[in-house]
Write a protein that binds this ligand. Structure first.
Ligand code: SF4
Length: 343
């Protein structure tokens, strides 16, 4: 929903200022699909709004539901025919969390990532980013799915910190009580480590959670699988985190995809533990171990046993960590896979 245009339109029509709030409540909190549903505004205004605005900026959508019904993936077609993905997850009954995209494709080309393989097309606007959340709000309502929809993660297609202006605007819309009213602490932004923008983020949104997609605690390997490491290496990430923890006591999540025979050995455990210890503030670091969701290339997921051993060894090193529950593997679970297939 283009909020600025809506506000401008209502001002031009000399509508009282509460009208904007009333309409926003209906769109963002009640999840209406058509302006005709807003019974508190005149029939005439409803019809004008229906003619002038689209609540969602999508031309079409395709939804896939996992067997366990705890992951729902949507492929959304934008006005310029670009395709993006967004996922609704229910990690525990009664709770919903949306994973949203920030770019169409991604220019960073991490070797394990389906989005990176597909290349980069363009940045998403703030409206296109927040509309993914609106899409899920409407979906939950239409499909009568109950539970609390309270969490947002920026872990879909794209690198959020390469699209900072729009991501910043989208965060402001998501936390604004007039619009979505999500709690800052219920939002996570995930990055591969664009240090200058991480600094801006830390300053502007100290309460929003940060996740760092580390995946390798060794510069040579990280550079090989994540070319961005040539620009922002482990030392830059360490310096950033040390500064971050000087003023912020929020936990930082370290994302670590376990790739068979590549970064899942006991030596890798020690490298990771030593890197994290060198940052300090171990109580503020939590490692999420993720079993790789294969995208059909040469890279494979570590076995369940290896993942378990990796976790135990990290714990012995006094690193807080958990293995993330895999959800939605049967619905092209890896980010960018569905969009790539449907291009
Ligand atoms: S992992 Fe993230 S940063 Fe890397 S290519 Fe994929 S979307 Fe881009």
């Amino acid at each position: 929903m283009n909020i600025k245009e809506l506000e401008k339109f209502l001002t031009e029509k000399n509508e009282p200022s509460f009208r904007f709030k009333q309409i926003c409540q209906a769109i963002f909190k009640d999840g209406i699909i058509s302006f005709s549903e807003i019974s508190t505004v005149s029939k005439n205004l409803r019809s004008q709004l229906n003619k002038k605005f689209k609540i969602l900026p999508f031309k079409g959508s395709k939804v896939l539901i996992s067997k366990e019904k705890n992951a729902i993936k949507a492929l959304l077609k934008l006005e310029d025919d670009s395709l993006i993905e967004t996922v609704l997850l229910s990690p525990q009954e009664g709770h919903w969390s949306a994973c949203i995209s920030s770019q169409v494709g991604c220019p960073l080309g991490c070797l394990f990532c389906a989005t990176g393989k597909g290349g980069f097309k363009r940045d998403l606007t703030a409206d296109e980013i927040t509309s993914q959340v609106l899409f899920w709000r409407q979906y939950l309502k239409t499909n009568k799915l109950t539970g609390q929809f309270s969490n947002i993660v920026y872990m879909g297609m794209g690198e959020p910190f390469l699209n900072w202006d729009n991501v910043k605007e989208s965060l402001n819309i998501l936390i604004d009580e007039k619009f979505f009213d999500f709690g800052r602490r219920n939002i996570v932004v995930s990055t591969v480590g664009i240090v200058e923008v991480m600094e801006k983020f830390a300053q502007d949104f100290p309460q929003v959670n940060l996740a760092l997609s580390l995946h390798f605690a060794n510069d040579t390997k990280r550079e090989l699988y994540m070319p961005i490491n040539k620009k922002y290496g482990l030392n830059d990430l360490k310096n950033f985190l040390q500064n971050y923890f000087k003023t912020n006591t929020r936990k930082v999540f370290i994302e670590y995809i376990l790739l068979k025979d590549i970064n899942d050995s006991q030596e890798d455990v020690l490298k990771l533990a030593n890197f994290l210890k060198s940052i300090g503030k171990m109580q503020l670091i939590h490692v999420n171990l993720i079993r790789y969701n294969s995208i059909g290339g040469e890279l494979n997921a570590s076995s369940k046993e290896t993942a378990q051993k990796f976790k135990e060894a990290l714990k012995t090193e006094r690193v807080h960590c958990t293995i993330r529950k895999n959800m939605g593997n049967d619905i092209q679970g890896a980010c960018g896979q569905l969009a790539g297939k449907n291009k």
